[in-house]
Design a protein around this ligand. Structure first.
Ligand SMILES: C[S@@+](CC[C@H](N)C(=O)[O-])C[C@H]1O[C@@H](n2cnc3c(N)ncnc32)[C@H](O)[C@@H]1O
Length: 269
């Protein structure tokens, strides 16, 4: 097949439709927010992302689908101001809590979704737009066009590499096959097709997920797999019983699972 004959936006949509992951709505992310809360200051991902950005004091930054602030919180110390957008009120509450604790006053939170009309939510153009680990969209081309429209200087995105944060071993242990969503190569090729010749750098997230106890781990993986049958739940429990280890009072899997992310960024032309 000729390179130019692939429509990368259609390929993205097709791969998304095949993925084995559940649809993640506001309720899912609200629930997830309590696991994110401790993240922002601990994550090597956030630090590495900032190194790639080389933030400038004069920048205003729009952080789309900011979560609890993995990027927004550390970034706020280096730029003029950050507008942090997310559709999950619980994510924004956790972000506000961290701002209070750390005395950060230059982050404005906006409750909005990818699909909303951002202008009607009072969002203006910013010097830089960030969309980190959140290209959870059906139409990637429309999302990129939207990010571009709100950026005066640069856009930074990040996308999964391969399986992303999902653990293939857990899927196989319960008897399911993991079909991941489209990874960075779709994004990169689509950008090329759109005439955007982007930069790319990879980050390896070293963080190891930890749990209060076996039940907490079971809850975590059950939520990700969703709608487990009784047999699947038994197999998941057996897998966790075999692989959970207690380290310093916290439970984690007895193997390292690192996640790679592709940070793809470009200058606005
Ligand atoms: C994996 S987290 C990434 C958070 C943060 N950007 C980071 O890198 O840590 C995905 C975030 O996207 C948000 N999100 C998911 N779908 C969204 C949508 N349609 N509109 C706005 N935010 C969305 C979730 O609430 C969640 O905070």
């Amino acid at each position: 097949m000729e390179k130019a004959s692939i429509d990368w936006n259609e390929a993205w949509k097709e791969q998304r439709s095949k993925r084995s992951l559940i649809k993640r709505d506001v309720r899912f992310w609200n629930e997830k927010a309590k696991y994110f809360t401790k993240d922002p200051w601990e994550s090597n991902y956030g630090r590495d992302f900032l190194k790639i950005m080389e933030p400038r004091r004069c920048w205003s930054v729009l952080d789309i689908a900011c979560g609890t602030g993995t990027i927004a919180l550390p970034l706020a110390r280096y730029v003029r101001r950050v507008t942090a957008v997310d559709f999950s009120p619980k994510m924004l509450e956790a972000l506000a809590g961290q701002c209070r604790i750390h005395g950060i006053e230059n982050i404005t939170a906006v409750n909005a979704s990818w699909e909303d009309n951002w202008r009607s939510k009072g969002i203006e153009k910013h010097d830089v737009v960030v969309a980190s680990r959140c290209l959870i969209v059906e139409d990637l081309q429309a999302a990129i066009t939207k990010l571009n429209a709100f950026a005066k200087e640069r856009v930074y995105t990040s996308t999964i590499v391969g399986d992303g944060p999902h653990d293939r071993r857990v899927y196989e242990a319960v008897g399911r096959k993991l079909v991941p969503g489209p990874d960075y190569i779709y994004n990169y090729n689509l950008l090329h097709q759109m005439g955007i010749y982007a930069n790319i750098t990879f980050i390896t997230d070293q963080r190891q997920e930890s749990f209060r106890d076996h039940d907490d781990a079971l809850d975590h993986f059950s939520r990700d797999l969703k709608k487990l049958t009784i047999d699947e739940k038994i197999r998941l429990k057996q897998y966790l019983d075999e692989h959970l280890l207690c380290k310093n009072g916290k439970w984690c899997l007895d193997y390292k699972k690192s996640t790679r992310w592709a940070v793809i960024w470009w200058e606005r032309t």
